[in-house]
Ligand binder design. Structure first.
Ligand code: ATP
Length: 237
């Protein structure tokens, strides 16, 4: 579904990412883990088109997306929830979600309706007429995910879902997200706290200083987590 080939990218003349090769297959949940400053957010911004790579390619379903802008990547089925969520705070929950419905992917398969979203996150129906800025952090995260999903992606990318939220809420959210596999939506989860994603991700990549330094294959999460030296070296844990 998604493959990056030897991506290099950064800010101005400063190269942050080097030789990034990652892959997300149909229906997979893939995690990218790494310590603060490893380059995870830079990778998300590069995959969704907010930063243009200086080398390498990003291919989705056989189409080279490397040079196309973010809004057109949405049309290719990529939706992203950025760390700061970027919701319209003064608009209501429903208004935020209507904007997503209007600007989402057309021509793709409709995987989720607003009704489906309210079943996944009942709080959204309860708060639909309230301004987003009055919601708690966890509720805002749910609205941000709902907005991304109503753009009808087949690949959802999430940057640091745990930021600023209680682990219990993050776990609830991740459980809902993992269930999206059944609807044909793959997930790329970028997260500093490896213990949060280990339970739901099929595979993983460990980033350190702008490179992929380790791969976690199917069934290998426990082995990785119990290797104290490896965890300490790459995640500082
Ligand atoms: P965090 O968990 O802290 O968000 P991260 O793994 O997502 O970390 P990035 O935010 O991608 O890491 O940062 C990687 C490197 O890029 C860091 O050295 C950071 O200082 C640098 N960096 C990030 N944003 C910018 C920017 N806008 N301009 C210049 N350098 C930046």
């Amino acid at each position: 579904m998604l493959e990056t080939h030897r991506i290099a990218s950064g800010y101005g003349r400063m190269t942050i990412l080097r030789d990034i090769d990652i892959r997300v297959d149909d229906g997979e949940v893939v995690a990218i883990v790494g310590a603060n400053g490893a380059g995870k957010t830079t990778l998300v911004r590069t995959i969704c088109g907010l930063i243009t790579p200086t080398a390498g390619t990003i291919v989705k379903d056989g189409t080279d997306l490397t040079a196309i802008p973010t809004h057109r990547r949405v049309k290719h089925g990529i939706s992203v929830v950025l760390e700061n969520r970027r919701l319209w705070g003064e608009l209501t929950v429903r208004e935020n979600l209507r904007l997503a419905e209007a600007h989402g992917r057309s021509g793709g398969k409709q995987r989720l309706t607003y009704q489906d979203i309210t079943k996944l996150f009942p709080i959204i129906a309860e708060r639909q007429s309230g301004a987003v800025e009055l919601l708690s952090g966890g509720e805002q995260q749910m609205v941000a995910i709902a907005r991304a999903l109503l753009m009808q992606p087949d690949l959802l990318i999430m940057d640091e879902p745990s930021t600023g939220l209680a682990p219990k809420i993050v776990k609830e959210i991740l459980k809902v997200l993992a269930g999206l596999r059944a609807r044909g939506i793959s997930l790329l989860l970028v997260e500093q706290d490896v213990s949060l994603v280990a339970g739901i991700a099929d595979r993983g990549y460990v980033m350190s200083v702008g490179r992929i330094v380790h791969q976690i294959d199917r069934g290998q999460w426990q082995g990785f987590l119990s290797d104290e030296k490896l965890v300490k070296a790459y995640l500082g844990g």
